[in-house]
Ligand binder design. Structure first.
Ligand code: ZN
Length: 311
């Protein structure tokens, strides 16, 4: 019996030892597994994070590609706008060039006041010889010169009005007096030519001081004539013939003052005693043609060359 007991004890002890060993093993196994699980969890989380980050990066990449495409389109649009603008600039430059050309084309308007007279016929012959047209600001002279007014008209010269009487005291006495006188010369030209001139030149010019016996009359008239549909012309080069300059003195005036202007309104007179004006006319024509000027008759679009009004 004792033997059996001993055996049982031994077996019991052995089984205890086995049990403890097994437990210990299981315990360590569990610990290791748990550490592995934690590690795996960590790694899985890292992987997920990386995936997320990758997704974000892909999204960013797509957005950037979209932006690039968008900016490509915008670039194309801007390029097309630039090319349109460049074309517009070219067009404008060509317009500016053409305007500059027009502006640089030199023009002289020959204007004759106080006729008609026998000198007018001589002047018309010279103008005809050179095929140039001028402007005559006529007054009422003898009816025997009416045919000269008709000839001016027929030959394509411009007929302007210089008043009927050219009498300062009468015409500048009042606005009504001026316009009545102007109407008289307009009617006269109309009866001869069938045309009513609206281009005018004030006797003495708009800057005259001879009218100061009626203060302010020129300030009023210069406004009124335009309101009533007339165009008034002064001048910017004076031949000096009103002061009695001879041929040489007139040419000196022209040589001195013409180079200052590309557009010239040249003041001359075709009244009876202006022989020097007639005698120097060919020299004047040649001078301007040689210097690149076009000799033209005035029309309502020509520059008025208005003086400063002094009354
Ligand atoms: Zn005059």
């Amino acid at each position: 019996m004792n033997e059996w007991k001993r055996l049982v004890y031994v077996l019991l002890i052995l089984s205890c030892i086995l049990f403890i060993s097994l437990n210990t093993y299981v315990y360590y196994l569990t610990i290791e597994t748990s550490s592995n699980v934690t590690y795996l969890k960590k790694e899985t989380k890292k992987l997920n994070d990386l995936k997320e980050e990758n997704k974000k990066l892909l999204e960013k990449k797509n957005n950037i590609e979209k932006d690039v495409q968008k900016s490509d389109e915008e670039n194309k649009k801007i390029e097309s706008e630039i090319s349109t603008l460049e074309k517009e600039i070219k067009d404008l430059e060509s317009k500016v060039n053409s305007l500059n050309k027009q502006n640089s084309s030199k023009t002289v308007y020959f204007t004759f006041d106080d006729g008609p007279s026998p000198r007018t016929e001589e002047i018309l012959n010279i103008l005809d010889k050179y095929h140039v047209k001028a402007t005559f600001f006529v007054t009422n002279q003898s009816d025997q010169y009416n045919y000269l007014i008709k000839r001016m008209y027929d030959e394509g010269h411009t007929i302007g009005l210089h008043t009927y009487s050219h009498n300062y005291k009468e015409i500048y006495a009042s606005e009504d007096a001026y316009f009545n006188d102007l109407k008289a010369i307009q009617d006269k030209v109309y009866n001869i030519t069938g045309m009513r001139p609206v281009l005018i030149r004030f006797p003495g010019g708009s800057s005259n001081t001879v009218s100061r016996f009626n203060p302010g009359i020129m300030s009023r008239l210069t406004k009124l004539v335009e309101e009533r549909g007339f165009y008034y012309y002064d001048w910017n080069v004076d031949s000096g013939d009103a002061a009695g300059y001879n041929e040489e003195a007139q040419m000196n005036m022209i040589y001195t003052y013409s180079p200052k202007h590309d557009v010239i309104n040249l003041l001359m007179h075709d009244s009876t005693y202006k022989y020097a004006t007639v005698n120097s006319l060919e020299s004047k024509i040649k001078y301007y043609l040689d210097n690149g000027y076009t000799i033209a008759p005035l029309d309502s679009s020509s520059p008025g060359m208005h003086h400063m009004v002094n009354n």
